[in-house]
Design a protein around this ligand. Structure first.
Ligand code: CAA
Ligand code: NAP
Length: 246
């Protein structure tokens, strides 16, 4: 296996941590961003105790300048980013008639505009190298919509539009671009949903439980491998059977 430089945004979160573990154990050099230094230090120590060394650089993916300097710091310390996982994300759930512009804008900036902010500074190096892997972490709710998530569903659906356009433009340069659309996975993001609402959602999942972060990481590692060079523009739903549209 060729060792690559991988950037997983939001790597300190539930799904991001699992992706980092997976890519690091495959032998890649891994990096992520942080916004809160003390939280980042504690997370980095936990990973180091597991034998996983992660480069942490400051970065806010909703901000173009911050994203640019984050990528430059990684390029200079680990070498140009070969694998990018646009994973950082937030929710600001509320029904649309109560939604503020700020709730709309924060979610669109962090989930969708971040794809521009972080991918734009990595794409030239990938094209020059004639190799690259880009994966967007979208959501089941970008596919089916969700009560209380007009902002999030719009941003997550937009991420796949980004994927399929970028996939077409960069296929001849050895770069694949794919989307993974998780269903409800047991992380802080889902645990923030009120318990009674969450229980009703879990009851709709045919497999009968929330997903595990590793179950998403496994798919990301599949898309980023050398053997996946003919898979581009795909969207893989991983949701315990919760939504089976195709
Ligand atoms: N379908 C139909 N009606 C629903 C509903 C649904 N799915 N969810 C709520 N309602 C109803 C309620 O029963 C309530 O009805 P009554 O007024 O008759 O009692 C009404 O809607 C409440 O409406 P409000 O406008 O007052 O809503 P609220 O301000 O109380 O907010 C909510 C409700 C924030 C949407 C809350 O229901 C919620 O958190 N829902 C979960 C949203 C969700 O799934 N978020 C996912 C977060 S995790 C994630 O995003 C990761 C991922 O990608 C999967
Ligand atoms: P999480 O545990 O809340 O982690 C989110 C991560 O994103 C954190 O590391 C967070 O860093 C980072 N982040 C948030 N805003 C950022 C910003 N502006 N700049 C840089 N980093 C930022 O959430 P998760 O469940 O792992 O979710 C990861 C991704 O999967 C998200 O895109 C989410 O939408 C998607 N997803 C999740 C589920 C699910 O059920 N959990 C389902 C489908 C899709 P801080 O600590 O600094 O906030």
């Amino acid at each position: 296996m060729t060792q690559r430089t991988a950037l997983v945004t939001g790597g300190t979160g539930g799904i991001g941590t699992a992706i980092i573990r997976y890519l690091a154990r495959q032998g890649h050099r891994v990096a992520t961003n942080y916004r809160d230094q003390s939280k980042a230090d504690a997370w980095q120590k936990k990973m180091s105790d597991e034998g996983i060394e992660v480069l942490l650089v400051p970065g806010d993916v909703s901000d173009p300048a911050s994203s640019q300097s984050m990528v430059e710091a990684i390029n200079s310390k680990l070498g140009p980013v070969d694998i990018l996982v646009n994973n950082a994300g937030i929710t600001r759930d509320t029904t649309f008639h109560k939604m503020t512009y700020e709730q709309w804008n924060d979610v669109v900036n962090t989930n969708l505009n971040a794809c521009f902010n972080v991918t734009r500074p990595v794409i030239d190096n990938m094209r020059n190298k004639r190799w690259g892997r880009i994966v967007q972490i979208s959501s089941i709710n970008g596919q089916k919509g969700q009560y209380g998530q007009a902002n999030y569903a719009a941003a997550k659906a937009g991420m796949h539009g980004f994927t399929i356009s970028l996939a077409q433009e960069n296929a001849r340069f050895g770069i694949t671009v794919n989307t993974v659309s998780p269903g409800y996975v047991a992380t802080d993001m889902v645990m923030a949903v009120p318990e009674e609402v969450r229980e009703k959602i879990v009851a709709q999942i045919p497999v009968g439980r929330l997903g595990k972060p590793e179950e998403i990481a496994h798919a990301v590692a599949f898309f980023t491998g050398d053997d996946a060079s003919w898979i581009t523009g795909a969207n893989l739903a991983i949701n315990g059977g919760h939504y089976m549209g195709w």
